[in-house]
Design a protein around this ligand. Sequence first.
Ligand SMILES: [Mg+2]
Length: 389
Amino acid sequence: MLVLEDFPSYRTIEDMNSDRRDFLKQSLLAGAALAIKPSDLFSQATTTISNNMELRFYPYTLELKHTFTIATSSRTTTPTMMVEVERDGIIGYGEASMPPYLGESQETAKVFLSKVNLKRYELFFSLEVILKDIDAIAMGNHAAKAAVDIALHDWIGKKMGYAWYQIWGLTPDKTPVTSFTIGIDTKEVVRTKVKEADIYKVLKVKLGRENDKEMIETIREVTDKPIRVDVNQGWKDKTQALNMIEWLATKGIEFVEQPMPKDQIDDLVWLKEKSPLPIVGDESITRLSDVRNAYGVYDGVNVKLMKCTGMREAHKMITLAKALEMKVMLGCMTETSCAISAATQLSPMADWVDLDGAVLIKNDLFKGATIVDGKMVMPKGPGIGVTKI
Ligand SMILES: [Mg+2]
């Protein structure tokens, strides 16, 4: 529980030790005048402030239940790096999920995390300062940064005894329904996957290949549930994209995610103006500044912890998107229940969520957020609400 010393200044240990040295130097001078024994001061001078916050990490490979195919790639595993921070007998858990197409790997995460020194901070509530320092260690490494961000959030929440949705003032039963993702596949596999997705109220379908209409029609043969479509930048021509969206609008589709390449801004603006369905940016949206740039280009933004460096920046992105009257989708990679539970803490702020990452894997490491009747259920515990299996 909280004790006064947990309410921090923003200073690092180096700052404090430097202040102490200045103070002692002046005291020695004053002490000489006041005849204070130098040995008394020396005993203080050797006392430095330190903490024993441990940062640990280990690689872990997620095994997917199905081969996962999107417009640009296909795979059966996802490499991750699991992170733990420990102090005062409390362990905070974090996770970096790194689908290869995003450019990070277990090797890059290891190099980055080796440079993170949490021992230099006196206290751990100053996330604004700590996470800014971590962000400045190196460019990129967004998933590795997110892993530390999530672990520190978990630790702080546990130390305080509150979950992050409580700290943020969110209502746990306002979690939206989550969509269940169906990758590009043969008719037979698509039908099987739709049946497996029985408990989900909304499906998310990956498009962007030559069989787009066939995919939708196959699903419509078995269900009339609302469908969200993710094209992963797969359509290159704006007129073709508009024609497809107009066709999709007659098929019970909720919105279209990243229909065209992120650098075709003029085409995307044109498409947004004409589209009968909302257009959501995903590949275009990485960090906070991208939300500002998305205004006028997209109707909504897809925020993902692994892209945006973690919970703190995601909270800022959602707040900004709301201020710009844009829709917010909260998404994920294939992740364990660790990162999914972290995202679930934010989910009452989102219009749409796509947090099925943990149910797509065979070897979860945590218990936390669950999905009941297609709706995200907020985990009960403090921090991000997870326990290790
Ligand atoms: Mg997407």
